[in-house]
Design a protein around this ligand. Structure first.
Ligand code: PGA
Length: 256
């Protein structure tokens, strides 16, 4: 049914872009442009090195902060990794986990993502879990199987209560950074599948409350019709989130 009981979230994934001054400037512009009437959540995910300075800029505003990844260990000899305590110290309440670029470029498996999910939940960080199929999966009719396998692996051993902290982002890999957005109908149908699969895992109340964001070439020009779909509860935005004016429009979708 209607998504309107679920608080929408518009999230900007800045990926490996911007140095600190640029990140602070973009965050300041977005903060300044925010409508005081905004009722939904807005989140930014800068690079690790820019978290502190962006936090300084958004502190005291409704803008939330996420890391783009996180280690599953708490501390110690893990060269190059960044711990949950370190991202919380930098102002993060959320962490993007299992992004397709982590899965496909950095070879992260569902097993690794599952460990990160468990650590994030234990440490009070809200995971934004990304799942999505490759073009060949979609073309060979395997989309739902691929998504089910990811969900089963990523939520393995996680209770319904723990899982209720999680936000899912459905990001078809073929739509990321390609300018090819899933049509609202295709995205909606896939969100319905994801919700039904989560209902099988955790029950109807859980599935009704679960927020599922869509990601993959979301733009100022297509966000309105995507957000009009009943099962699309928000957007995870890459390229368009680097442009202050365009992302401001995405945040204020349907002219909220
Ligand atoms: P895009 O990226 O909006 O540039 O397609 C989305 C994402 O990867 O989160």
């Amino acid at each position: 049914m209607s998504s309107k009981n679920r608080i929408p979230m518009i999230a900007g994934n800045w990926k490996m872009n911007l140095v600190s001054g640029e990140a602070a400037e973009l965050a300041a512009a977005l903060r300044k442009n925010l409508s005081p009437d905004l009722k939904h959540e807005v989140l930014l995910a800068p690079s690790f090195t820019n978290l502190h300075c962006v936090h300084e800029v958004v502190k005291g505003s409704p803008i939330l902060l996420a890391s783009q990844d996180m280690a599953w260990e708490e501390k110690g000899a893990f060269t190059g990794a960044v711990s949950p305590a370190q991202i919380k110290d930098a102002g993060c309440t959320h962490s993007i986990l299992g992004h397709s670029e982590r899965r496909h470029i950095f070879m992260e498996t569902d097993e690794v993502i599952n460990k990160k999910m468990k650590t994030a939940i234990k440490d009070g960080i809200t995971p934004i879990l990304c799942i999505g199929e490759m073009l060949e999966d979609r073309e060979s009719g395997k989309t739902n199987d691929v998504l089910a396998t990811q969900l089963d692996g990523d939520f393995a051993g996680i209770t319904a209560e723990e899982a209720s902290r999680v936000i899912i982002a459905y990001e078809p890999v073929w739509a990321i950074g390609t300018g090819k957005t899933a049509t609202p109908d295709v995205a909606e149908a896939t969100h319905v599948f994801i919700r039904s699969h989560m209902e099988k895992m955790y029950g109807k109340n859980f599935a009704d409350a679960l927020r599922i964001l869509y990601g993959g070439s979301v733009k100022a020009t297509n966000v309105d019709e995507l957000m009009a779909q009943p099962d699309i509860d928000g957007a995870l935005v890459g390229g368009e989130s680097l442009k202050a004016d365009k992302f401001t429009r995405v945040i204020h979708f349907q002219k909220i």
